[in-house]
Design a protein around this ligand. Structure first.
Ligand SMILES: Nc1ncnc2c1ncn2[C@@H]1O[C@H](COP(=O)(O)OP(=O)(O)OP(=O)(O)O)[C@@H](O)[C@H]1O
Length: 234
């Protein structure tokens, strides 16, 4: 579904990504691991052309994205749930969800709020709550649901488990996995938390200082315990 070849990215003169090659198969779940500052967010933002300057080849379902602005990429089915979640604190959860329709234009099919609730039943009791009244886990759930409102094909989650208690993160990862199966979604998950990433993906890319240092399935990742200590330990 997504093919990335020789992707470089920078902010002004500061170079962050150095020739990334990466593939995400249709309906697959791919984890992008790496410690703080490794370049995970920069990679995701580059795929959407939202922030860093980048060069290299990015293809979505065989279509090159070069030269297309963020809105066009969103209309083609790319969605990003950012690390800071960006829930509108003075709007209700329902309004937060509905706002996501506008972001992707009118071409893409829309998920109705009732469908989002069917997918994530916990949302039912939250719809009339204001953003600031939500816990961190509830905010993340709303952010994921909002990411799905324009029916993306590829959902990118940037550090979804950050700041969440392990049990809350675990439940959320389970919800994401179930949503993946029900919607036939493809997901790319940037994480420092191996436990979370493992629950909703099958394949792993490990990023360090803007370059890939490992790619393989979880069994191959586990067979190299030094990867954890060398590239992920804090
Ligand atoms: N807007 C920006 N302007 C300049 N440098 C930036 C900007 N955003 C990120 N960087 C730098 O790019 C590098 C990679 O950051 P990035 O946010 O992509 O890493 P990350 O792996 O997502 O880690 P984190 O968990 O901190 O988000 C870091 O050195 C960071 O300081």
């Amino acid at each position: 579904m997504l093919e990335v070849r020789d992707l470089h990215a920078q902010y002004g003169d500061s170079r962050v990504l150095f020739g990334i090659d990466l593939s995400v198969p249709t309906r697959g779940g791919v984890a992008l691991l790496g410690r703080n500052g490794a370049g995970k967010s920069t990679l995701m933002k580059s795929l959407l052309d939202a922030g860093p300057q980048s060069r290299g080849e990015v293809m979505l379902n065989g279509q090159p994205l070069a030269g297309l602005p963020t809105e066009a990429r969103a209309r083609m089915g790319l969605a990003l749930v950012p690390e800071d979640r960006r829930i509108f604190t003075t709007l209700t959860v329902r309004q937060n969800l509905e706002l996501a329709w506008h972001a992707a234009g009118k071409d893409r099919p829309r998920m109705q709020v009732a469908e989002a609730v069917a997918l994530f039943p916990m949302l039912a009791t939250l719809l009339d709550r204001l953003g600031y009244q939500l816990s961190g886990g509830q905010q993340q759930l709303v952010a994921v649901a909002r990411g799905l409102m324009a029916s993306p094909r590829l959902l990118m989650l940037d550090e979804p488990a950050e700041g969440l208690a392990p049990k809350v993160a675990h439940d959320l990862a389970r919800e994401v996995h179930a949503a993946r199966d029900k919607l036939g979604l493809t997901v790319l998950v940037a994480e420092q938390s191996i436990a979370y990433a493992r629950q909703c993906t099958e394949y792993v890319y490990l990023l360090d200082s803007g370059a890939l240092v490992f790619s393989g399935d979880w069994a191959a990742f586990d067979a190299n315990p030094e990867l954890k200590t060398r590239y992920l330990a804090v």
